[in-house]
Design a protein around this ligand. Structure first.
Ligand code: NAP
Length: 248
């Protein structure tokens, strides 16, 4: 198995895309630390699904937007397992609304989770990865970070910021054998999109050449490739998984 013996941390892995990524990495042989913030029961379900398929996983609750909690959690994993080989920054939230009406709290919450949380998680894992002179980091962006979207200035800014962050850290860590890449999903069937009004869903689907929504497994497949043996010379890149919705 391609990831046999590897230790992975996947943030926001209790459900949706993070769960699918965790299950895929575990199926490839990695031990997966399944992060969540509020959904302890859902995270436990992810862990059980992984164990049910013969994999190894542990739940790992912490808030990615709380730097002290991130530091403690990463230190705990390193204490227990000796290292982190793979970090997937997947945790994300939306607080949508037109800019005219957007409260600062909605801006701060999205930036703190979707962008600062990624900065903090990478900062905590980079030192041990640098020591090991190897590591794989994958940041889950969004098509919205490339196109922008009315009603999502906070989300689009955070996801666009993630592109600059990814490329900059990729440059900083390349000489240490660490790759840093991103995956930018389009319109994927998860809790994040299930609440959108039918009219909005139809408008999005009309912009997708492949005509339908993607699945969490479609995104997990791209992550699996980036952390696997075939992507060792790939860094600073974003893979778009969007059915042709945006062609970067
Ligand atoms: P989701 O179903 O809403 O799941 C979000 C996950 O993030 C949950 O596991 C949640 O944990 C976790 N989370 C939220 N805030 C957190 C925090 N502060 N600390 C730790 N974990 C936190 O979302 P999804 O659709 O799978 O999205 C996953 C990623 O893909 C996000 O970065 C999202 O922006 C991106 N994305 C999604 C789509 C899409 O169409 N679905 C498109 C483009 C990009 P709890 O269960 O504990 O709340």
């Amino acid at each position: 198995m391609a990831l046999s013996g590897k230790i992975a941390l996947v943030t926001g892995a209790s459900r949706g895309i993070g769960r699918a990524i965790s299950m895929r990495l575990a199926a490839m042989g990695a031990k997966v630390h399944v992060n969540y913030v509020a959904g302890a029961a859902a995270a436990e379900e992810t862990v059980e699904l992984i164990r049910g398929q013969g994999g190894v996983a542990e739940p790992c609750g912490f808030d990615v937007s709380d730097p002290a909690a991130v530091k403690d959690a990463v230190a705990g994993i390193i204490d227990a397992d000796g290292r982190i080989d793979i970090l997937v920054n997947n945790a994300g939230i939306t607080r949508d609304g037109l800019m005219m009406k957007m409260k600062e709290e909605a801006w701060d919450a999205v930036l703190d989770t979707n962008l600062k949380g990624v900065f903090t998680c990478i900062r905590e894992v980079m030192r041990p990865m640098m020591k090991a002179r190897s590591g794989r980091i994958v940041n889950i962006g969004s098509v919205i970070g490339f196109t922008g979207n009315a009603g999502q200035v906070n989300y689009a800014a955070a996801k666009a910021g993630l592109v600059g962050l990814t490329r900059s850290v990729a440059r900083e860590l390349a000489s240490r054998g660490i790759t840093v890449n991103g995956v930018a999903p389009g319109y994927i069937d998860t809790d994040m999109t299930s609440g959108l009004p039918d009219g909005v869903k139809e408008a999005i689907l009309a912009q997708i050449p492949m005509g339908g929504m993607g699945t969490a497994e479609d995104v997990a497949g791209a992550v699996a490739w980036l952390v696997g043996p075939d992507a060792g010379y790939v860094t600073g890149q974003f893979i778009h998984v969007n059915g042709g919705m945006y062609m970067g």
